[in-house]
Design a protein around this ligand. Structure first.
Ligand code: ZN
Ligand code: ZN
Length: 143
């Protein structure tokens, strides 16, 4: 288990260039906001930290996700967090529902799930699994 998210700016920029994506000033600000954050951010936090408008934030989230350098972390309430990821890495998270601190989990049940899905006649399988709880700091705050 590791709490660190991807900080490899070079790998991310290289991937964007491979995808023929221009690295604009706004894109740089989105990446910088995610790189310097100590935990995954929601769209509103990204907007604030990057000094961007929400339309720009969402547009870039989509572009980065397609390029494989950004992972979406869905929350229980339907909101989403975002973090940078090295191209084609795949992670599940342990997420604090109060403060949004997130740890990457070193487990994946994907292989088993894929077999079940294929046995049901499905192809192009993907899966999402996130685990939610209250981190020790937030638990202390509640006490
Ligand atoms: Zn917490
Ligand atoms: Zn998985």
């Amino acid at each position: 288990m590791t709490a660190t998210q991807t900080r490899d700016l070079e790998a991310i920029l290289t991937r964007l260039k491979e995808r023929k994506m221009r690295v604009t000033k706004k894109r740089e600000r989105v990446i910088a906001a995610l790189l310097t954050a100590e935990k995954p951010l929601n769209a509103e936090e990204l907007r604030e930290r990057g000094d961007l408008d929400l339309v720009t934030v969402y547009r870039n989230i989509e572009a980065f996700e397609k390029a494989g350098v950004l992972q979406r972390i869905p929350l229980e309430n339907g909101a989403q967090l975002f973090e940078l990821t090295a191209p084609d890495e795949h992670y599940h998270h342990l997420v604090c529902r109060e403060c949004h601190q997130a740890e990457r989990l070193d487990v994946c049940v994907g292989e088993e799930m894929r077999k079940v899905a294929e046995a049901n006649g499905y192809s192009h399988i993907a899966h999402v699994l996130e685990v939610y709880g209250l981190c020790s700091e937030c638990l202390e705050d509640e006490a």
